[in-house]
Design a protein around this ligand. Sequence first.
Ligand SMILES: Cc1cc2nc3c(=O)[nH]c(=O)nc-3n(C[C@H](O)[C@H](O)[C@H](O)COP(=O)(O)OP(=O)(O)OC[C@H]3O[C@@H](n4cnc5c(N)ncnc54)[C@H](O)[C@@H]3O)c2cc1C
Length: 375
Amino acid sequence: MKINIIGGGPAGLYFAILMKKADPSHQIKVYERNGPDDTFGWGVVFSGKTLANLRSADEESHAAITKEFAAWDNVDVVHRESKISIHGNSFSGIARLQLLKILQRRAEELAVEVAFKTEVNDIESLRKDADLLVAADGVNSAVRTRYAEQLKPNLDVRSHRYIWYGTNQLFHGLTLTFRENEAGTFAAHSYKFNQTTSTFIVECDPQTFDRSNLEGKSDEDTRSYIASVFAQDLGGHPLLSNNSKWLNFVLVKNANWSYENLVLLGDALHTAHFSIGSGTKLAMEDAIALANCFQPTSDVAAALTEFTSVRRPVIEDYQAAAFESMVWFENAAQYIQLSPIELAFSAMTRSGRVSYEDLKKRSPEFIQQYEAEKN
Ligand SMILES: Cc1cc2nc3c(=O)[nH]c(=O)nc-3n(C[C@H](O)[C@H](O)[C@H](O)COP(=O)(O)OP(=O)(O)OC[C@H]3O[C@@H](n4cnc5c(N)ncnc54)[C@H](O)[C@@H]3O)c2cc1C
């Protein structure tokens, strides 16, 4: 088969790897606008279950990924002067750049052709030129826009603002920190992803954003303002920017996942709010699902129909949980009226996927603490 892939992010590279591994006679070319060392973002998170999926799909890249990662089992909720730890959660983090390097090396080893610094403009020619065109071109997918009539995307731009930073303050575990100042409420999602660095994502509601006069502030002023909001959490470490900008989360869905020999993958196809795990995990699991659909057949239409039917329910379920989680964070200003332990319980059960009973099993000390305060 001849396969063209637009986008050398986790979805595009991993799909290329899995297809080439399954059949080295496939001719696969990945087109990536950036160079091999250009990347954005800090760490990416995987759950224990995702790692098991990555292991059965490709042991080689799984081994390289797990050699590099930082693992933890606690979620910490920080509110006022308290830090509440909830154990029994299996997660790990790795730098996005490191992950991309591992996937690039693995793709090279398998003789996948990757054309870096190559922006695709003429999408239709690439589609006509191959048996399969995979659009793994990210959240702002030009392919999705080009074929909007056929794919029928739905883009829900949320009003909350968020920004991705790094910091050398190490957060051992997924740490959710809530802070208030005269402008309003801020929440930070942070976790260590290597020996020296943590991801530090900050979000706030639009009213807080306006009252803070953050619009148009320079990178340096924004970092220093946010560092002052989280001064007691950052331990004097500055926030590190990597082309960091305030964004609005865009919830992406598509009525149709494919059109003729074209299929969407990863963020181009769907997004799930960052509070419930990362887009990277879903992007790589999409690649596994799509590659599996080509195992029994090389009939592109049949494989793409199968991909939609097996993967759509999984994504819908995930997006439903992520939606609840996102709305909870959008209403954080209400929840921070709660005591730290009540806030931690509410945060842990926000997506509707973790119950009181689950927490009792996973982290009995936490539930004891919660019960003690209630009674
Ligand atoms: C600013 C920002 C920071 C982020 N930071 C993090 C983070 O720290 N941790 C985390 O877990 N997630 C982060 N995310 C989310 C995460 O990047 C995605 O969920 C995940 O990477 C999805 O993988 P993907 O392969 O579908 O898309 P992407 O990783 O976005 O990859 C798409 C690729 O396509 C390329 N591309 C797009 N259009 C073209 C074109 N026309 N021609 C050639 N190449 C093209 C892009 O350069 C890009 O490399 C971040 C997202 C953004 C927007």
